[in-house]
Design a protein around this ligand. Structure first.
Ligand code: NAP
Ligand code: MN
Length: 271
């Protein structure tokens, strides 16, 4: 089996990367950065996002696994102390894979410029540095609302614990194929009105955002932001592609949510 490793780049992560690479090569696995079947990320969730985007063009033949060198991660759920155990699991090969839904975003332009399509593992956000964004929000081809405010966040279920959570969005189990639209500081008064609640859209329900005021938009896909002008529309939906994670042991999503967000507080409460 061919594998590759993406490191966060700090000393500790690089050291773990070197160790894992050595162990797996000793087990006759082949290090191949171009065509890996298994991609190991060493760092944090941000490192896994980077690994995902590096291999986004071959999601069908790639499976991901994360070792965290910081605090517990949502995507990185193995600790450095377990690497011997993990290496043996990898060397034994047959592994279970869980698939998580992704977000597809298509940006279309008023000019001749070709449309841009990308996938996000956590979310995409649309903001502007020029005041507020004003969008005509359409769902399944029908006008839903006119949004005015700081911006919008469209997240995946596995990304629902990231930026989406900070915006008051719901945490969605990744077995649910959906995307969630959350508002960033919408303007609500007698003139302007938005729904105010996060919206959860099932597969095939496309959301189309049409800028009503021309702006230079800051559009982020996961950890990467770019600026776009002359935007005609931004289309979002559940992607047909999925991301595959390797599972050598069960680590239920809700346990991860609990361990990340509530476990410590509970300990304090008991004491
Ligand atoms: P970062 O600034 O290091 O990320 C912010 C935090 O989000 C980090 O603690 C990161 O974990 C964590 N995180 C990433 N994906 C997560 C997930 N699916 N569930 C729970 N926590 C998650 O930047 P980054 O590492 O490049 O990550 C980019 C992500 O940051 C974006 O996709 C967005 O979701 C998030 N973000 C959040 C806010 C906010 O909450 N207000 C604002 C901007 C961006 P690690 O430390 O393990 O990397
Ligand atoms: Mn990070």
């Amino acid at each position: 089996m061919k594998f590759s490793i993406v490191s966060k780049g700090d000393k500790r992560s690089n050291k773990i990367m070197a160790t894992v690479k050595q162990y797996l090569t000793d087990f006759n696995l082949i290090y191949d950065e171009k065509l890996p079947e298994l991609v190991i990320s060493v760092g944090g969730d941000g490192t896994l996002l980077e690994a995902f985007h590096r291999y986004v063009h071959r999601l069908k033949s790639t499976a991901f696994i994360g070792i965290h060198t910081g605090h517990l991660g949502f995507y990185a759920d193995w600790v450095p102390e377990e690497i011997e155990k993990l290496v043996i699991e990898i060397a034994k090969t047959p592994y279970q894979v869980v698939e998580y839904p992704l977000l597809e975003m298509i940006i279309r332009f008023k000019t001749e410029r070709k449309e841009i399509r990308f996938l996000a593992l956590n979310e995409a956000t649309i903001k502007t540095a020029e005041g507020s964004v004003v969008f005509d929000v359409q769902i399944r081809g029908e006008h839903f609302e006119t949004f005015r405010g700081d911006g919008l966040c469209i997240s995946t279920p596995s990304g629902s614990t990231a930026y989406n959570k900070a915006l008051g969005g719901a945490i969605i189990h990744p077995s649910i194929e959906a995307i969630q639209l959350t508002e960033m500081a919408s303007i609500n008064n007698r003139v302007f009105r938005t729904i105010g609640s996060p919206l959860i859209l099932p597969k095939h329900h496309t959301c189309l955002l049409k800028p009503m005021v021309d702006r230079s938009f800051l559009i982020a896909r996961d950890h990467y932001t770019d600026t776009y002008t002359d935007v005609k529309s931004i289309q979002c939906r559940v992607a047909k592609e999925k991301v595959r994670f390797v599972r050598y042991r069960p680590f239920p999503f809700w346990n991860r949510v609990r361990d990340s967000f509530v476990a410590e507080g509970e300990e304090v409460h008991k004491a």
